[in-house]
Design a protein around this ligand. Structure first.
Ligand code: GTP
Length: 365
């Protein structure tokens, strides 16, 4: 029986306020929670039992899957105190059922990639590896820890983020998907927080264990930041990266219960959620519009997420913005890029404009 662990216990701080009430893997991308895309992909790769390593808002995962009736066993390894990525893998390993030398797939709960999971498992077995890490090649490795390998693919070391060009000895980075020989999980300390990347992997390499890289340069995105999140969703909608849950890629994904004015322009892989109302001459480009959101006439939304039950006023403009749920943005606002608006916030008409305003001053002099 092929088994897998998905790490879903992180707080997702970089995606706040979306993650205030919803764990990152349960956020909606391309019409389904992200974890459902991952599960569909795991099932396609022959996985029959998956363990969710949960901590932050743990009960919401059981709620999400309480009626799950497909051919997959789901177990929950709940951490009362977050154990870090390594500690979480060890803790979830208790619930696995396979033999000591069985290969166990481990996925971060926020990585979108075109990786062929069966291919990684096959390579892991062929090399008789203790651990295989998916390593992706990136054009600018300076923002990441680096993982150089020898000509056979064996991992040489785990290096800190490079500070100079000379320190960029490879363009390979840890892509957040691993295969462990099950018995190797026992070597991770069980009683404290452990980082798999900073502690477990370097230690295994230092001990001479068979740690290999599965190196690819195809589609890969960490959905941990708002912009990556909206772009990942758009890539799923348009088929730039495949998911079994998006059988017919298209330019947009519009829920049948949404109301879209005929003059509105929805594009770039945007998603419009249930009961959303999109008014005349609105532009929604490469964005996620949640359930019950109202976007009024002439508003423009680019590369943004608007969480459920919020309202965007007439002619307001959003770019690379994150709007929490139940927020109300009045008319004629022009929000600066990368702004995050808290759940329930109210911004009056003309309250924020990055390009100034010719409107009369409302105060009495
Ligand atoms: P940020 O707070 O925005 O950095 O996000 P995050 O909390 O998800 O952290 P990060 O992106 O580094 O985590 C990578 C993956 O590991 C995500 O899928 C997390 O859910 C998961 N993760 C991180 N820490 C823990 C932990 O202590 N326990 C468990 N079970 N999972 C974790």
């Amino acid at each position: 029986m092929q088994e897998a662990i998905i790490l879903v216990g992180g707080k997702g701080t970089r995606l706040r306020p979306l993650t205030n009430h919803t764990p990152k893997p349960l956020l909606n991308v391309a019409g389904s929670s992200f974890i459902r895309h991952q599960i569909a992909k795991l099932m396609d790769a022959g996985v029959e039992h998956v363990v969710f390593a949960t901590s932050y808002l743990a009960s919401l995962f059981e709620e999400e899957f309480k009626d799950f009736s497909q051919d997959l066993d789901i177990s929950y390894a709940v951490e009362e105190v977050p154990l870090g990525t390594g500690g979480a893998i060890r803790n979830a390993g208790r619930l696995l059922r396979g033999p000591a030398d069985a290969p166990v797939l481990v996925l971060n709960g926020d990585i979108l990639s075109g990786l062929d999971l069966r291919g990684v498992l096959e390579q892991h077995q062929a090399r008789e590896a203790d651990v295989t890490l998916h390593l992706t090649r990136v054009s600018d490795p300076r923002a990441f820890g680096l993982v150089p390998t020898d000509e056979t693919g064996r991992v040489l070391s785990f290096l800190e983020k490079p500070k100079t060009t000379e320190e960029c000895v490879t363009d390979q980075i840890n892509a957040g998907c691993y295969v462990f020989r099950r018995s190797v999980l026992e070597s991770i300390p069980a009683d404290r927080e452990v980082s798999v990347e900073q502690e477990t992997f370097p230690q295994l390499v230092a001990e001479g264990r068979r740690v290999f890289g599965h190196i690819t340069s195809g589609y890969w995105r960490d959905l941990g930041t708002p912009l990556a999140f909206v772009h990942g969703s758009a890539d799923l909608v348009t088929g730039t990266v495949a998911s079994p849950l998006v059988p017919k890629p298209a330019d947009t994904l519009i829920d049948p219960t949404a109301t879209i004015d005929a003059t509105a322009c929805i594009m770039g892989g945007s998603t419009i959620g249930p009961r959303a109302v999109i008014g005349p001459h609105v532009i929604v480009d490469r964005s996620i519009i949640g359930a019950g959101v109202t976007v009024s006439e002439g508003a423009q939304i680019h590369d943004s997420v608007v969480d459920h039950d919020s309202a965007i006023g007439q002619n307001s403009r959003l770019r690379e913005a994150v709007v929490g749920c139940h927020a109300h943005i009045g008319a004629d606002n022009e929000l600066p890029a990368q702004l995050r608006l808290s759940c329930g916030i109210r911004i009056p008409a003309q309250g924020v404009r990055v390009s100034g305003t010719a409107a009369a001053c409302a105060t009495i002099h």
